[in-house]
Design a protein around this ligand. Structure first.
Ligand code: AMP
Length: 291
């Protein structure tokens, strides 16, 4: 496995690989890797000859009061994990190389970024799309894998990939959870052992939503009310940023659960902002009946 830090070197390697007809798979990350990230690397492995994993804590996607400075890092541990998961090249650029002082060009997906995470974090997605476009240009992937955990991010990036005409196969991989259901996230390490069980409030509420849908409830207001109660019970001090029911691809809100619909939420638990989501699909026919 090779570690590359220079943009020029990475560009040269990708160009050479492409010239040799190798299929390049790309997995962008911010490091401090867990099993969720590694599942993306394994997935990319299946579709490509060479897997490039990038580690870059992207300043442009953090708001002024977010956790950029304290975002956890463990480069040595990450390299070991990437190797074991089947990564071939790890690209770790410097922030000053990615964003030199005179940098002023951004990629902006206009509409999909205005809701959910984008409503709470207005500059976040502009940072995400800009860095991912740069990583696409530097690594020239044939296949890219993102996680369902950040489902809006994946949809925004899918839109960007299509709109800008990148010839890249786009794969969204399922959320990997801890045994108790908590979605794996680098931010979970911020919790003390006493606080950690409260982080489960997101998963518990999503599970409740799924059970309600399975038992025939399709009114999103009713489901949301129950989810709020579940969150309150599991973590009395949790602050709910949003609970949203949206169409998977358009991210438009739905009032009645239908096929291809996702429930997503953001909750601050002991000062740590967590997000999670779950597909809540019911057959189109019963959705129509409920309408
Ligand atoms: P991050 O390092 O948080 O920017 O995440 C890098 C990639 O890993 C993104 O595509 C995330 O959606 C994905 N990811 C993060 N957590 C998980 C998880 N628990 N399961 C699957 N993918 C994940």
């Amino acid at each position: 496995m090779r570690t590359v830090r220079s943009i020029k070197t990475m560009q040269n390697i990708s160009r050479e690989l492409a010239a040799r007809g190798k299929r390049i798979g790309l997995v962008p990350t911010m490091g401090f890797l867990h099993e969720g990230h590694l599942s993306l690397i394994r997935r990319a492995r299946k579709y490509s000859d060479v897997v490039i994993v990038t580690i870059f804590v992207n300043p442009a996607q953090f708001g002024p009061h977010e956790d950029l400075k304290k975002y956890p890092r463990d480069e040595k541990g990450d390299l070991k994990k990437i190797k074991a998961a089947g990564g071939d090249i790890v690209f770790i650029p410097k922030a000053t190389d990615i964003y030199p002082e005179d940098f002023e060009t951004f990629v902006d997906v206009e509409k999909l970024t205005k809701v959910l995470e984008g409503a709470s974090r207005p500059t976040h997605f502009r940072g995400v799309t800009t860095i991912v476009a740069k990583l696409f240009n530097i690594t020239r992937p044939d296949v890219v894998v993102f996680g369902m955990k950040d489902y809006q991010q994946a949809e925004v990036l899918r839109r960007m990939t299509k709109d800008l005409g990148y010839p890249i196969r786009f794969i969204i991989s399922p959320t990997v959870r801890e045994k108790d259901g908590l979605a794996m996230s680098s931010r979970n390490r911020y919790f003390t052992p006493e606080q950690r069980p409260e982080a489960l409030c997101l998963y518990f509420s999503l599970r409740t939503a799924r059970e309600m849908v399975r038992s025939g409830v399709t009114d999103c207001k009713k489901i949301e009310k129950e989810m709020r109660a579940v969150i309150k019970a599991a973590s009395p001090t949790a602050e709910i940023d949003y609970i949203a029911f949206t169409d998977f691809h358009t991210l438009k809100p739905v009032r009645i659960i239908k096929a291809q619909c996702v429930c997503s939420l953001a909750v601050k638990v002991h000062g740590v902002r967590l997000i999670d989501n779950l597909g809540l699909n019911v057959p189109e026919k019963s959705a129509r009946r409920a309408d």
